[in-house]
Design a protein around this ligand. Structure first.
Ligand code: CA2
Length: 144
């Protein structure tokens, strides 16, 4: 099994500001944690981060035939991107949406997610552990 882990805009800035919301750990720390979760779950993986909506769409398209599932934190594109939603629908791979923060308890504009219209599961407000839950779901729950 092979999972694609996608991270959207500004997640590469983790740990630099707003530690009260996103914690003190860096994006490199997040990647190390994801690597550990995937190893523990026994799955191959690739992590991709981009600040560009088009690059994320292209990466989702390229996942077709090469990956068995997608874990995606679309970051701000969560709330705006029909293009990412359409790309997920186009490839038809099982997908889990992850948010580090509890988006439901923040600003009104963070409450709606286009990606949630496709994702089988959404994990919010659990920090890095949300990625572990998503990976475990795809490896041992949804897929086998
Ligand atoms: O909670 C999440 O994981 C989010 O997807 C993070 C996004 C935000 O736009 C979503 O509404 C929820 C933001 C990504 C990181 O933003 C930073 C802001 C300041 C400092 C470092 C990162």
């Amino acid at each position: 099994m092979r999972l694609l882990i996608l991270n959207g805009p500004n997640l590469n800035m983790l740990g630099i500001r707003e530690p009260d919301i996103y914690g003190h750990e860096s994006y490199a720390d997040l990647c190390r944690a994801i690597e550990g979760y995937c190893r523990q779950a026994g799955t191959d993986f690739e992590i991709f981060q981009s600040n560009s909506e088009g690059d994320l769409v292209t990466k989702i398209q390229e996942a077709y035939g090469h990956f068995d599932g997608i874990v995606i934190n679309p970051a701000a594109y969560t709330h705006t991107s029909v293009a990412i939603l359409d790309a997920l629908k186009a490839v038809g791979l099982p997908a889990v949406e992850v948010h580090l923060s509890d988006v439901q308890s923040r600003e009104e504009f963070r409450r709606f997610s286009y990606v949630s219209l496709y994702a089988e599961k959404t994990v919010t407000g659990k920090g890095f552990a949300g990625y572990e839950e998503a990976i475990r779901y795809l490896v041992s729950g949804r897929l086998k």
